[in-house]
Design a binder for this molecule. Structure first.
Ligand SMILES: Nc1ncnc2c1ncn2[C@@H]1O[C@H](COP(=O)(O)OP(=O)(O)OP(=O)(O)O)[C@@H](O)[C@H]1O
Ligand SMILES: O=C(O)[C@H](O)[C@@H](O)[C@H](O)[C@H](O)CO
Length: 176
């Protein structure tokens, strides 16, 4: 029996673990993983690399590309899991206007954990100094937004299991 999955966006601030969890979920669920970082125009990447937070004006065209990419997959019968900050409610409303069935996977973590992660990683364009503005911009999803909250302190494997069990999917067999 094949199960139809909803398209998903793994959201949260920079360094919360969206790319890592998104890729792991894609693999576990057998659906494509897309990193919305790869869809930013060069101008947005240059702003972030220079330590300048993006504005709504910078983000809206990018979010439209992200939404279009998810919607195209859905229309072709391929729901995907997309790592995308989607920090504000208005940004998620924009995504849902293209993809009404969207399920959010929200990685929720204390600033200290995320700052620690940012210190130890390398990134193509995102400096750790932008964490403060990311946290200030974040509007956490509320009850009327279909979402699963994942505590950032979980291991990736625990986070995948949490999503799978919330979706009532049995745990995949793991190699020991
Ligand atoms: N569950 C986890 N436990 C421990 N470390 C993690 C976990 N998830 C991610 N990390 C590590 O934290 C760092 C940030 O992860 P990741 O790049 O996935 O975050 P991100 O939210 O996609 O960031 P950005 O939006 O800036 O690209 C990486 O070094 C990653 O290996
Ligand atoms: O909305 C934003 O400010 C951006 O999407 C950032 O969150 C980055 O793209 C990402 O975090 C870096 O990888």
């Amino acid at each position: 029996m094949s199960i139809t999955l909803r398209p998903m966006v793994v959201m949260g601030v920079s360094g919360s673990g969206k790319s890592v969890l998104g890729a792991a979920l894609g693999q576990s669920l057998g659906i494509p993983f897309i990193d919305a970082d790869d869809l930013h125009p060069a101008s947005n990447k240059a702003l972030m690399a220079a330590g300048t937070p993006l504005t709504d004006e910078n983000r809206i065209p990018w979010l439209n590309v992200v939404a279009g990419t998810i919607a195209k997959g859905v229309s072709e019968g391929h729901p995907s899991v997309v790592a995308c900050s989607a920090l504000k409610r208005a940004y998620r409303d924009l995504l849902r206007s293209h993809v009404p069935d969207l399920l959010l996977i929200y990685i929720d973590g204390a600033a200290e954990i995320i700052a620690q992660r940012l210190e130890t990683r390398e990134h193509e364009f995102m400096p750790a100094t932008l964490l403060a503005s990311q946290l200030a911009t974040l509007e956490t999803p509320i009850a009327d937004e279909a979402h699963i909250r994942v505590p950032a302190e979980l291991t990736v494997e625990e986070a995948v299991d949490l999503v799978r069990s919330t979706l009532r999917l049995s745990a995949p067999a793991r190699q020991r």
